[in-house]
Write a protein of this length. Structure first.
Length: 270
């Protein structure tokens, strides 16, 4: 691990990553209800919010849009990703090098590892190369820790999620992104597994503002370091509002009720 608290990825020891790599991972399905969000421009605008510490995108989006936002947005370049059209065992293609990420302006990189899949060994070896090259450039590495495949009976099991967190520590990730394991108590176990590295909760599918913020609050109470969120922000009717509330929960230790009220979000608002 490298010290990351002084890196752009982190603010006051906490992390809020706005993830927008869904176009390659999920395709048009994630834009059906909000087709206007297929345009990366408003998502980059949302990422200028002070509560966002980095924006995670794939290479093509970064090339096309980051130059206009390099003064206001910290770029987390996602180095691998595979479409939902792939029908084999879970696997992921490396589609960007660390060196190229640096050229584009990335201040951190992200890499998915599907522990439990048939090609886990190959993915871990690819992660090793990316992690070691990132060290040469003093870049933090965020591991998307998503166990799945034939070796995984239940990817949502707290024990499996804790295992993913531990793999991040063991393999040299500075931050590991994992699914919320269902409770604050289970998240405490996840946090213990990560040692001195950091762990952030995956924002998951779109849900109500309260449900999303309650999970983030439980993660922070458990000793977690923040959240990597996509759809619960950029699919939101007003991304600035939910980011105001998220900033209050993560950085100001506000209650969910206080955060919602401060952001002006109605209880039933989604």
């Amino acid at each position: 691990m490298i010290p990351v608290d002084d890196k752009p990825l982190v603010r006051d020891g906490k992390i809020v990553i706005l993830a927008y790599d869904h176009g390659i991972e999920h395709g048009p399905a994630d834009f059906t209800n909000m087709p206007e969000r297929t345009d990366p421009e408003p998502v980059f605008e949302a990422a200028t919010h002070p509560g966002v510490t980095s924006l995670a995108v794939q290479k093509g989006i970064a090339e096309g849009y980051y130059p206009s936002y390099e003064d206001d947005v910290n770029l987390l370049m996602k180095l691998n990703g595979t479409s939902n059209l792939w029908m084999g065992e879970p696997d992921t293609a490396v589609n960007c090098s660390v060196e190229y990420a640096v050229q584009v302006g990335a201040s951190s990189v992200g890499f998915t590892v599907y522990a439990g899949a048939n090609n886990e060994i190959g993915m871990v070896e690819e992660f090793r190369e990316a992690q070691e090259r990132s060290r040469e450039h003093d870049l933090p590495v965020v591991m998307w820790g998503y166990p799945r495949g034939q070796g995984v009976k239940n990817a949502s099991s707290p024990d499996v999620i804790a295992y993913a967190a531990r793999l991040g520590l063991e393999l040299g990730a500075d931050v590991t992104k994992v699914k919320y394991p269902g409770s604050q108590e289970a998240m405490e176990d996840v946090v213990r597994m990560t040692g001195d590295s950091k762990v952030v909760m995956s924002g998951g599918s779109k849900t109500t503002d309260r449900e999303f913020l309650e999970e983030v609050k439980a993660t922070m109470n458990a000793g977690g370091d923040g959240v990597a969120v996509g759809r619960n922000v950029w699919q939101h009717e007003n991304p600035q509002e939910i980011l105001d509330a998220l900033e209050a929960v993560v950085f100001e230790d506000a209650t969910v009720d206080t955060a919602l009220a401060t952001a002006g979000i109605e209880e039933a608002h989604r």
